[in-house]
Design a protein around this ligand. Structure first.
Ligand code: ATP
Ligand code: MG
Length: 565
């Protein structure tokens, strides 16, 4: 098992992997069988990615398999669009379920038979109480519940009513099937939980075949048992459901007995990972779509230019624990930079252009200069960047009255243009309102390639593009979707939306080597950050998304703004 050992060591250890390891060592299982069980009522988000990496990761490391199982027990909220998106996103993250694609609805017939089994063994009954009456009789954390007046119905009457529920004889909500466990249990989940409710709804896969649908608790564990899941890994809020999970396995003739383990869900600063909130953001137009790059969805991150390996790196970095915590969103940005710094080719682009005229460069002339594609990877090669008399530089790289430590362009100052020449600013030309609209500069032809033969130094190197050759692009800059590190997921969550989450720049100048190919890899715009072409791009109108800046500037800006207030 040398290979397996290495994979485990590389993936790191956590309490769940320790449990799996111990189970295999003790011979309780020959391999680990896990599952990822999304409800197809929305797109997957970065929290789901944690669960996906854990479940598929363990299956891979311990020579087992991971099932993709759609928990499609609630036909009113589920759509094919979500099923397709979930499959696409899990694959994109780098995982493969092989032939093990399942739906909870595949098991509706078996689940129904098992419900009859519970009735026959005196472990389930049909309850006619109203929802409200049931809620009141359930009791509270401190008070026991009260038995339903229908709790002791004879088996035959229960069977008859349950069959008629299935046949569609009763309206929605008229009756439910409940497990008969213990209305005075300290664990509310054991106070006769609902197994089936009546719902006359069209199901995407079973159509109108069913008028009753199983509850999550009833369907989930039994689906695990049917599929031979060994380790059913879920988030902490299901810890209190575990006794119920085990009760079903004890009272049903299931073919296998999976065990449930809980880990802490992912929470991220400046981010809400509640499907209800994400659905509302899309539905009410706070973002453009599920794949809006501001969304914490896998589709949003992909569109933003985040590579799948960065998400996997992030999940590995944060680890798996049993205690809830909130992860700093900068950790995700860090992982993204780690990957893109290695893989992204360098290009030049000017976000907020200021025109520069090189007065001593002959009019009508141009030349091609050599630029490296990646400073740490010679194999990435070089490319030609055109240079001419008129250039664009970044507005913020010029100051008319610079403070002491500003070493970039100012009247009389000399800087290096990356891959090109030293230039000196001779004059700032202003418009009628006093704004600087153009710089008149000179260049030193002897500094071609960026070094002076006389050994003189400059303190700054700035990026630029040739005005005659540049293309114009749109660039979308993203800031956190929520303005607070701890946004509420409650009713008023819209109060915390960051009004500056998107900034669109429409006259960005990009070097001609930057193709408007929506499928192209993200690049580093030198000195600015990592940028990925957006699917909205056309050859005539390239659009780029800022994936992430070069360093964490947002937290600093937000902190200084908070101070100024
Ligand atoms: P809801 O059930 O409210 O619709 P959900 O986020 O739990 O939302 P599911 O589709 O049920 O959505 O989630 C699928 C799996 O992903 C579950 O096993 C769940 O535990 C896991 N999961 C969901 N959110 C997170 C998170 N933030 N961190 C880690 N795992 C998560
Ligand atoms: Mg859930």
């Amino acid at each position: 098992m040398a290979d397996g050992e290495t994979a485990v060591a590389e993936a790191g250890r956590d309490f769940i992997r320790d449990i799996v390891h111990a189970d295999l060592d003790a011979g309780r299982h020959s391999s680990a069988v896990t599952r990822f069980p999304p409800e197809p009522n929305g797109y997957l988000h970065i929290g789901h990615a944690k669960s996906i990496c854990l479940n598929f990761g363990i299956a891979g490391e311990f020579g087992g398999r991971c099932h993709l199982r759609f928990d499609d027990t609630n036909p009113t909220r589920e759509e094919q669009e979500f099923i397709d998106a979930i499959e696409r996103d899990v694959r994109w993250l780098g995982f493969d379920w092989g032939k093990h694609l399942y739906y909870a609805s595949d098991y509706f017939e078996r689940l129904y038979e098992w419900a009859e089994h519970l009735i026959r063994t005196g472990h389930a009954y049909v309850d006619d109480q109203s929802q409200e009456a049931m809620r009141i009789a359930r009791g509270t954390l401190t008070e026991p519940g009260k038995n339903s007046p229908f709790r002791d119905r004879p088996v035959e009457e229960n069977l008859d009513l349950f069959r008629r529920m299935r046949a569609g004889e009763f309206p929605n909500g008229a009756r439910v099937l409940r497990a008969k466990i213990d209305m005075s249990s300290g664990n509310i989940n054991l106070r006769d939980p609902v197994l089936y409710r009546i719902l006359h709804a069209h199901h995407p896969r079973t159509g109108t075949k069913w008028s009753i649908y199983p509850s999550y608790d009833y369907a989930h564990g039994q689906s695990d048992a049917i599929e031979g899941i060994t380790h059913s890994i879920c988030t902490l809020e299901f810890e209190d459901h575990r006794p119920l999970y085990e009760w079903f396995l004890e009272h049903l003739p299931v073919p296998s007995k999976p065990r449930q383990y809980e880990f802490a869900r992912l929470n991220l600063t400046y981010t809400v990972l509640s499907k209800r909130v994400l659905t509302t953001l899309v539905r009410d137009g706070h973002v453009k779509a599920w794949d809006d790059p501001r969304m914490p969805t896998i589709a949003g991150l992909r569109r933003r230019g985040v590579p799948p390996s960065a998400i996997r790196d992030f999940v590995k970095r944060i680890g798996v624990a049993k205690a809830n915590s909130v992860v700093d969103a900068n950790v995700l940005d860090f992982s993204i930079r780690e990957v893109l710094n290695k893989t992204a080719q360098r290009r030049m682009a000017v976000l907020r252009p200021l025109k520069v005229v090189i007065e001593n460069y002959p009019e009508g002339q141009s030349e091609e200069l050599e630029a490296v594609n990646h400073p740490d990877d010679p194999a990435a090669g070089t490319r030609k960047v055109p240079f001419g008399r008129e250039l664009f530089i970044e507005q913020e790289d010029f100051m008319e009255n610079p403070p002491k430590k500003f070493f970039r362009l100012s009247p009389g100052a000399e800087v290096r243009l990356r891959y090109a020449y030293f230039i000196t600013c001779r004059e700032a030309v202003k418009n009628a309102t006093g704004e600087v609209v153009e710089l008149r500069c000179t260049y030193d032809p002897a500094t071609k390639g960026g070094n002076a033969p006389d050994g003189r130094k400059v303190k700054a190197t700035i990026h630029w593009v040739s005005a005659a050759h540049a293309k114009t692009a749109e660039v979308r800059l993203y800031n956190p979707l929520f303005a607070r590190p701890d946004p509420t997921a409650g009713e008023n969550f819209t109060d915390d939306i960051n009004p500056q989450s998107l900034e669109v720049l429409n006259s960005v100048k990009i070097e001609p080597a930057l193709a408007a190919d929506p499928s192209a890899e993200p690049v580093q715009f030198e000195r600015l950050g990592y940028f990925a072409p957006d699917p909205d791009s056309t050859p005539a109108h390239p659009v780029f998304n800022r994936t992430v800046g070069l360093r964490d500037t947002y937290a600093k800006v937000a902190a200084s703004e908070a101070k100024g207030r």
